[in-house]
Design a protein around this ligand. Structure first.
Ligand SMILES: C[S@@+](CC[C@H](N)C(=O)[O-])C[C@H]1O[C@@H](n2cnc3c(N)ncnc32)[C@H](O)[C@@H]1O
Length: 249
């Protein structure tokens, strides 16, 4: 028999490990660096990283304060994407959404809390630290899929009504050339809703626009909407992004 002091020591030793990996009761931390300069440094460390591996390593380091930091600068892409979701799904049956490059689950948060969407949400991201925080948010995700999006996806074709991808179509993240593959998992007449930055990402956006125009010309997708917005509402420097909405044909 182990005595109480030994049991207490074991409990103290294992509790944080269990909380970390078995989801006992650890609350989500929404802490922030608070300091805007530090926050911009973190943002730039992932968005303007020299390569994808460095970007991912920097997400590992940033994940814990990601949500709190983005709230300080009022980062609105997820909210803007959900406004487009609500506008374009008014007359459509939506039972399943795939959120790609989901990170800490900000899109899921707005889907549940603003769009009042109660259907299936699967989330997919390459980064375990970000997905771990998403898993803690009680947003009732069906599947949390760790996957580096580039080639074929580990999901069935035509199995979602809507695919969303917010903040992740940028260099050293999800290549825009993955869009035709991503569109395969959406049913006919379903929606593709995604954001990209309008400036500061070199030729990424113009090349992406060319690919989208080609897909439209081939009759694969139909453009419904493009809305530009200011990415960080509480920033002195204006960074523009856009939400794109396409229907799969
Ligand atoms: C700027 S965050 C956006 C997260 C979330 N959608 C949001 O609105 O806050 C970009 C996310 O894309 C993920 N990501 C980057 N490249 C990826 C790839 N090739 N495949 C899957 N996820 C990727 C990163 O790990 C990160 O979580």
């Amino acid at each position: 028999m182990l005595g109480r002091p030994v049991l207490n020591r074991l409990r103290a030793y294992y509790k944080p490990i269990l909380q970390r990996y078995i989801n006992l009761s650890a609350p989500i931390s929404s802490t922030t660096n608070g300091n805007k300069n530090e926050i911009y440094k973190s943002i730039n460390s992932v968005v303007h990283a020299p390569d994808a591996v460095t970007s991912q390593t920097n997400y590992d380091k940033w994940a814990k304060t990601y949500d709190g930091d983005l709230d300080v600068v009022a980062s609105v892409p997820a909210l803007k994407a959900i406004e487009s979701f609500s506008k374009h799904t008014q007359h459509m049956k939506v039972e399943s959404v795939l959120d790609v490059g989901a990170g800490t689950g900000r899109v899921g948060h707005h889907l549940r809390n603003d769009a009042k969407y109660e259907g299936v949400i699967d989330i997919m991201d390459a980064n375990m630290e970000m997905l771990y925080l998403a898993s803690k948010k009680n947003l009732n995700f069906r599947n949390i899929i760790r996957h580096w999006v580039e080639g074929e996806l580990p999901v069935r074709d035509e199995s979602y009504d809507v695919m969303m991808c917010v903040g992740s179509f940028i260099p050293n993240h999800i290549p825009f050339t993955a869009l035709p593959i991503l569109s395969k998992c959406v049913r006919k007449e379903g929606l593709l809703i995604f954001t990209t930055r309008v400036q500061s990402t070199g030729s990424y956006k113009s090349e992406f626009d060319k690919l989208l125009a080609g897909m439209e010309l081939n009759g694969a997708i139909q453009r419904l909407d493009i809305t530009e917005f200011v990415h960080f509402e509480k920033s002195e420097e204006k960074v523009y992004s856009a939400v794109y909405v396409y229907k799969k044909l």
